[in-house]
Structure formats: structure tokens, C-alpha cells
Design a protein around this ligand. Sequence first.
Ligand code: 13P
Length: 256
Amino acid sequence: MKTGIPPLIVGNWKMNPQSVSLSAKLGAEFKKRLSAISGVDVVVAPPSIYLESVHRARNSSKSYALGAQNAHFAQLGAHTGEVSLPMLKDFDVSYIIIGHSERRALGETDVLVNEKLLAVIKAGCTGIVCVGELKRDHGGHYLSHIEAQVRKALVKVSRTKLSQVVVAYEPLWAIGTGKNATPADIYEMKLFIEKVISDIYGRNYAQKVRVIYGGSVSGKNAQELFVDGMVDGFLVGGASLHPEEFIQIVKSVRER
Ligand code: 13P
């Protein structure tokens, strides 16, 4: 854990749940359960179309922050199907997931990820940049893949803005498979990502970037992954739709 920076738990609902009323119900449930928990930054990232209902369900409690799963880098204009940062900020969105592998699979490039991160920082929000390898090879090529993703995302990002950057290590083979990376894998990658950032900005500035893990995080494995993986938090998919389990994950990062 970084000195003075609380751990971060992000619930990425992806394209769920199936209706606006279910999203409001989940939003209200999280408000109730999270109001008693402190010392952890919690973010709920519903589909953009549900932001209004979750925003309303959360009301003024601020027991969790709102996140978006994507944002366009332009302020407004001819960008069919896109949502801008000013629009998201109207619903009090303060975290944006950028370059999730499910979006990269649809053609989102490292250049676009960087453009989005720069826009997110300019808007005063925090960008959660997702990186991850498709598979692990014995030659260690996955390390150079991760290094390239991190370096390309950070082009032109000033060191004074690094507190608005989170890197989420999400190996593709661990997403939605029930096969999480081991604590040792996670620890190795966390140190590696921090080293890459340190090489660019220096150690002190690199300490401002939270490095979190995502990929089959559950109520059962969260504690071990947090304690032995030494990460600064989690990006949670499937389990973030189950209040009981999500709260268990949030609670698991209160102590190490
Ligand atoms: P799961 O937790 O469902 O594996 O998803 C991880 C993820 O992609 C979060 O962004």
C-alpha cells in the first residue's frame, strides 16, 4: 500500500445488469453497505446509460465514487455512439476505465488509450489504465508487452498529474475465467510496473500511481491476493454485481 493513499476497489459492471431498475437497486444496496466502511476508495462503474439511476440511488452519500467504463477524448461533436467527459462529469463521475482489454479487442489502440488518459487528466478525473498480456510465455515477452502498454499510455503525462493515474494489471487469461493470477505473479508484475513508471518519472513520483489487479477476484481470494500480491487494490468484474461478495472484497483490503 502506498503511504497516505488508500487502497482502491473498482467494480466494473461491464454490460450488466439487465435493467435500469436492477441498476438502481444495486446502487442503493452499495450505498447502504458501504456507508459503514472507511479507509478504502470504492468506485462503481455501471454502463453509461445507468449512471443517472445509480447517481440518484447513491444520492449525496458519497459512500462510493462513480466511474465510467469508457469516455471519448473530445469534448463534444460528431462522434456517433460516444460519451464525453463533460457529460460524465454531470453525473459526478470521477474515475474512467481506459483501454480495458474488452475494448482493445474492439480496436482501441495504445495511441487512443493515451489520448483518452490525457483528456481524463485534463478534465480533473482519474484514469484507470488497463494493461495485460494475452498469455504468459517462458521467454518473458509478456513483460515487454506490459512495459510497452504502460509507456505508451503515459506519453506526455506530466509527473505532477500522476496521482490521477491508476494502472490496472488485468491478464487476459484471468478475466472471467475463474483462474486468477497467483499472488507471486501479481507481486512480480506490480513491482515491474512500478519500475517502468520509476524509470520514466523517478521513484518518488511513481509512488503516486496505484497499481491494482483485476481478473477473477472474488470474496474468497481477495484477502490473499491483497496481502501477498502487495497490490494497491482491485478491478473487479463479475463479483462486483453481487453486493455481499463485493463488500467482502472491499473489507479484505483494510489491513495488510
Ligand atoms: P472478472 O472479475 O469477471 O474476471 O473481470 C475482471 C475485469 O475485467 C474487470 O475489469
